[in-house]
Design a protein around this ligand. Sequence first.
Ligand SMILES: [Cu+2]
Length: 132
Amino acid sequence: MKSIRMLILLGIMTLAMAACAPPPPPAANAAPAAAKATTPPQQITVTATEMAFSPTTLEAKVGQPITLTLRNNGVLEHNWQAQIGNDTIVVAVQPKQSASRTFTPQTAGTYKVVCTVPGHEQAGMVATLVVR
Ligand SMILES: [Cu+2]
């Protein structure tokens, strides 16, 4: 008789402990999706030919990433190079190819863009990048 009373007591204690147990954690997928903190890059396409860039003036914003795609429609190798503060941005492409580079200008200003292949800047491969 004593052991039955003991069992009942144990049962009550187990129930009491279960009642005091902390609630189950919320489902992992219940949290709202975090908003994307980064803005998508601005897409800029520049065409290179002998001996010019098109367009010759590009506009960008401080802190806004840019994906610059250089499409070479010429028959010679070309590149697009800008010095922005301490950063040298270079996109080089072989004839009939395209290449991209993503960068984020950090300093406002008007920057000269050139093709550094010898003779090309002098022949007219110059452009301007305006960062506001
Ligand atoms: Cu060139």
